[in-house]
Design a protein around this ligand. Structure first.
Ligand SMILES: [Fe+2]
Ligand SMILES: [Fe+2]
Length: 479
């Protein structure tokens, strides 16, 4: 978790960038604020806000049933309310998950981060209330760290990032949880001492490796802090039955903490019900903030400086690789691990499908950015050598799907890689184009996100407009 703690120099750079809209020469893996993406910081709040939770007081449940109930947030201290709560996978998706959240810094020395969690078959529903069993088997404790950054007014803020790893989970199962802390639980009265807990939230574990039952996931990319449009669609998107979400970068405009709070707030309906696995785009300028806030797999084969930049996970018969495509250094530094990860996957009879996600397109005919030579030169031969099925990227704010391509030529279906650019999760739209590889392209005006259905040896992708009213593309890969 967390590749490092924000330091004074970088924090000053945040303030300088925000106030002067100019770079300040920091050394950073994602310093490519490429044209025409001019960083503009919108009116963002300088304090975390929890908008959709109710403070229901300090009595969490009824006496005697050994369960913790309640509907909304339980807060005895507003500075300890959990926010930015979300779930990622760092290891075996079928049996483990990591839940992270933030509180204000004054709690750092006394706060014990805890998760109360239960399987869907262990909860009791009473109207809107969900009651979770309270015993040692349903409580996990974690740890936290503090990092210093600036809010948009230039004021130094200390952020406390908490994380709890859950393990021993059951595959393909919805888990319900409350994140936060408490003092003690009195079984006789059903009361917690000093609870500061989120409402009951949920996520779903991954499929057992090699399982071939159908499942759905969603991918999106490039929101660039347009939180208003995300928020307008988030409840609908959260209701789409899906195992998890992928996000292909450019969540933020500049990547300041205030923008991150806005993104987490806008995405909240999705994040409190699904695992989301991200990669870093070029607009996550302050890389430490991104890596501090997302607990991602620490792949053993990656150089220490690039831990969490590249990651992979398997769910069922699908293998997903995430990569940091931001610079020549990041591309070169992940190549050896990528080769080894894909080599193992290619030889694994449990895996039918391999998708690689990163921000900068392999092939893109959009005028704004276009194809990415460093990716074509270094990663593409590795993808082709190990029979990757599809690359999923963004950066160009449009939609484009390639024909199957291998060795820089169009080949028959099943013989090459399909390259998808889907970079319009409400970022400023770009116009699309067409080139020798193009099967279909759509400009970014409508926005887009992708719904993936993996069904054994078939994978169908449906690309929706951002508001969900149009289908922009649908295609099926089979093997
Ligand atoms: Fe973008
Ligand atoms: Fe980008």
């Amino acid at each position: 978790m967390g590749a490092g703690i924000g330091n004074w120099t970088r924090a000053v750079c945040v303030a300088a960038l925000v106030m002067a809209l100019a770079g300040c020469g920091f050394s950073n893996a994602a310093a490519d604020l490429s044209a025409p993406d001019v960083p503009v910081v919108a009116d963002v709040p300088d304090v975390p806000v929890a908008t959709d939770v109710a403070d229901t007081g300090t009595d969490p449940g009824a006496a005697g049933d050994g369960r913790i109930g309640g509907v909304g947030e339980l807060s005895t201290d507003a500075t300890q309310r959990p926010y930015t709560t979300h779930v990622t996978w760092q290891g075996d998706t079928a049996s483990a998950a990591t839940i992270q959240w933030q509180t204000q810094a004054n709690a750092a020395d006394t706060y014990k981060p805890r998760i109360l969690f239960a399987r869907e078959d262990e909860i009791v529903r009473n109207g809107d209330e969900i009651r979770l069993p309270f015993d040692a088997a349903h409580v996990a404790e974690g740890a936290g760290f503090t990092y210093e950054t600036f809010d948009d007014s230039g004021t130094v803020v200390d952020i406390v990032q908490w994380g709890v790893d859950l393990s021993g989970l059951v595959p393909s199962t919805t888990y319900y949880y409350r994140a936060g802390t408490w003092g003690a639980y009195d079984e006789a009265t059903g009361t917690l001492t000093s609870p500061d807990l989120s409402p009951v939230l949920s996520f779903r574990t991954g499929r057992a490796k090699g399982e071939r039952l159908p499942f759905t996931f969603i991918s999106a990319g490039d929101s660039r802090a347009d939180d208003g449009k995300i928020a307008a669609n988030a409840n609908r998107l959260a209701a789409i039955p899906a195992d998890f979400w992928l996000f292909s970068g450019d969540m933020t405009e500049v990547g300041t903490q205030a923008e991150w709070w806005y993104w987490f707030d806008a995405m909240r309906p999705i994040l409190v019900g699904k695992v989301l696995m991200p990669v870093q785009g070029n607009h996550e300028t302050f890389a430490d903030l991104y890596y501090n806030q997302f607990a991602l797999p620490g792949e053993a084969g990656l150089p220490q400086a690039y831990k969490e930049h590249g990651w992979s996970f398997t769910t069922g018969n699908l293998h997903v690789v995430g990569l940091d495509s931001n610079t020549d250094d990041t591309v070169n530094s992940q190549a050896e691990w990528l080769d080894s990860d894909l080599s193992a996957t290619d030889a694994d009879p449990d895996i039918d499908w391999t998708i690689v996600m990163f921000h900068h397109p392999v092939y893109s005919s959009a005028g704004a950015h276009g194809s990415t030579l460093r990716v074509q030169n270094v990663w593409l031969p590795i993808f082709e050598k190990h029979h990757v099925d599809l690359t999923l990227t963004g950066h160009d704010h449009d939609y484009e799907r390639s024909k199957p391509v291998r060795g820089k030529q169009v080949v028959a279906a099943g013989q090459g890689i399909v390259h998808v650019v889907a970079g319009s999760f409400f970022a400023p739209p770009y116009s699309n184009g067409s080139d020798w590889w193009t099967e279909l392209s759509v400009n970014g005006e409508t926005g887009n996100y992708c719904e993936w259905k993996v069904d054994g040896k078939s994978m169908t992708v449906t690309v929706h407009s951002g508001d969900g009213t149009q289908i922009l593309d649908t295609f099926t890969l089979t093997k």
